[in-house]
Design a protein around this ligand. Structure first.
Ligand code: CA
Ligand code: CA
Length: 92
């Protein structure tokens, strides 16, 4: 019987995916918080953030206090970090 090996990304692969996704998000302005916050409660929950395994990883990274929501401060911080990261890449 042929076993189908499920493609489970290792940590480095996930990190790259996160970096790419974070970079894409950083291309959008911080004002997009409102666009992501579908129900307008001022917090981005996991469902609003987007689905998929990569989304899980990024959400955990961005949700600094692990309360299950990304607030504006966490959102801004993540965007700032991703901007620093992209600047570093640009110089490297
Ligand atoms: Ca919300
Ligand atoms: Ca949080």
């Amino acid at each position: 019987m042929r076993r189908i090996k499920r493609a489970v990304p290792d940590r480095s692969h996930v990190a790259i995916c996160c970096a790419v996704a974070v970079f894409c998000v950083s291309a959008a302005s911080a004002a997009d918080f409102a666009a992501v916050d579908a129900n307008g409660d001022g917090l981005i929950d996991r469902a609003e953030f987007g689905d998929g395994a990569v989304g899980d990883e990024i959400f955990k990274e961005w949700d600094r206090n692990q309360d299950g929501h990304i607030d504006r401060a966490e959102w801004r911080r993540a965007l700032q970090l991703s901007e620093l990261e992209s600047e570093r890449r640009g110089q490297g």
